[in-house]
Design a protein around this ligand. Structure first.
Ligand code: CMP
Length: 138
């Protein structure tokens, strides 16, 4: 079924002028952009977004990194969106990302890994609504 996922282009990728390259790969992959914005997360907002990782050893660094520069948030639509988008972005650790994936091309490290992708339909909805009101989703 056609459904939605949520993505962020992370600070390392926006800093290095990869917004257009990444959005091109997303559209070429068959995803339709439902909502899109460039914004800066405060440490507090980044901490809230990644609250599920609060107990992980990398949480503090992750919050610092995700608030270190602007990100691009987007809601995407496609058949089987969540799973297909995770295939398109590749493994969290770019050293393990497959050829042809966004992280293989653009990620610098396991933390600065260029893009986020939701891990479930439920989280896609929560994460999309974290950034976009109903009047910003088309
Ligand atoms: P993402 O899939 O967006 O969600 C959690 C993020 O934490 C992950 O991408 C990375 O940016 C970051 N991270 C940093 N270190 C790790 C790690 N060891 N394992 C998983 N994620 C990590």
């Amino acid at each position: 079924a056609t459904n939605r996922t949520f993505t962020m282009i992370k600070p390392d990728a926006t800093q290095e002028n990869h917004i257009g390259g990444i959005l091109s790969m997303i559209e070429a992959g068959g995803f339709r952009i439902v909502a899109l914005k460039k914004t800066l997360l405060t440490a507090e907002r980044a901490g809230e977004f990644y609250a599920v990782h609060k107990e992980r050893p990398f949480y503090g660094d992750l919050v610092k990194y995700m608030s270190s520069g602007p990100i691009v948030a987007a809601i995407l639509e496609k058949d089987n969106a969540v799973a297909d988008f995770r295939t398109l972005i590749g493994a969290t650790n770019p050293a393990q990302a497959e050829e042809g994936t966004i992280r293989k091309k653009y990620a610098k490290s396991i933390e600065a890994n260029a893009v986020h992708g939701s891990d479930s339909d439920e989280n896609a909805q929560i994460e999309g609504n974290f950034f976009f009101g109903a009047n910003e989703q088309f």
